[in-house]
Design a protein around this ligand. Structure first.
Ligand SMILES: CC(C)(COP(=O)(O)OP(=O)(O)OC[C@H]1O[C@@H](n2cnc3c(N)ncnc32)[C@H](O)[C@@H]1OP(=O)(O)O)[C@@H](O)C(=O)NCCC(=O)NCCS
Length: 229
């Protein structure tokens, strides 16, 4: 159904993922990610076992499809002290154990891209995390050449705090990752690192070049296929 195009005025609605989404969730992951997720992962998402999730559906689609997933985000809780960004978090131990939300997967089916759906999904996560007094931030990994996702997180004020060499192993090849963090509830972020400054300059230049190129060619950049959180 996703290939049949979308209505001029899609009516996007966000809700938790539920058991009826199981097959579709697996299918989209298969279609858009270069790595295979275990069925246990999908079971845990749809049953909400240790994972929080949001689905995007298009209510303007015909009956039978109006509740079908066209986008999703999945995330889990991590204790801040056990996380790899432990050193970046300002703790407030008076309130109990600090936590973080780690984004596991994010995706939007191709025909629905560039409508702000991923942005809304991530905003749902931020809104949720911000409502939890113990939650200090939202973080994720993104493969270093996933430009659409990197632009998205930068626009949403995530901070790129690290580059991790060879973090991903895909089809026997290593790929670097960036670690992005959105600090919330008073967790103090460190001053701008040289990496952040470099990332900002590169992204700024890329978006400038892209907008000039799209004006010249009237074509959208067709993104890279790797797309993992
Ligand atoms: C990365 C991904 C999730 C982005 O999803 P998306 O829904 O297209 O993202 P958004 O629509 O919020 O933003 C994409 C672009 O559309 C633009 N946009 C947002 N709303 C828009 C609107 N109403 N009209 C036109 N353009 C719009 C944004 O400004 C952004 O532009 P940019 O590419 O110049 O930065 C999607 O490409 C995807 O699923 N990729 C495969 C999986 C993946 O990479 N996941 C992330 C792993 S970390």
């Amino acid at each position: 159904m996703e290939d049949s195009g979308i209505s001029l005025r899609p009516s996007i609605y966000y809700r938790p993922i539920n058991f009826n989404d199981l097959d579709r969730l697996e299918q989209i992951h298969r279609d858009i990610f270069p790595i295979k997720y275990e069925s246990e992962f999908f079971e845990r998402v749809v049953n909400g076992v240790g994972i929080v999730s949001w689905a995007a559906v298009d209510r303007s689609r015909p009956d039978g499809y109006c509740d079908e997933l066209i986008g999703f985000v999945t995330a889990k809780f991590v204790l801040a002290k056990d996380s790899e960004i432990d050193d970046l978090i300002r703790y407030d131990s008076s309130k109990g154990e600090d936590t973080l939300i780690y984004i596991l997967t994010l995706g939007v089916v191709e025909t629905y891209r560039n409508h702000g759906i991923a942005m809304s999904l991530i905003n749902e996560v931020i809104k949720y995390a911000s409502g939890l007094s113990m939650c200090r931030g939202v973080y994720l990994h993104v493969i270093a050449h996933n430009n659409p996702a990197i632009r998205l997180y930068s626009r949403l004020m995530f901070r790129c705090v690290r580059r991790l060499n060879g973090f991903y192993l895909i089809k026997r090849q290593h790929f670097d990752a960036f670690l992005f963090v959105y600090f919330i509830n008073g967790s103090q972020s460190p001053p701008c690192s040289p990496l952040e400054v470099a990332m900002f300059v590169v992204n700024y230049m890329k978006s400038g070049i892209k907008s000039v190129a799209s004006k010249l060619t009237n074509k959208e950049e067709k993104g890279l296929k790797w797309l993992i959180c």
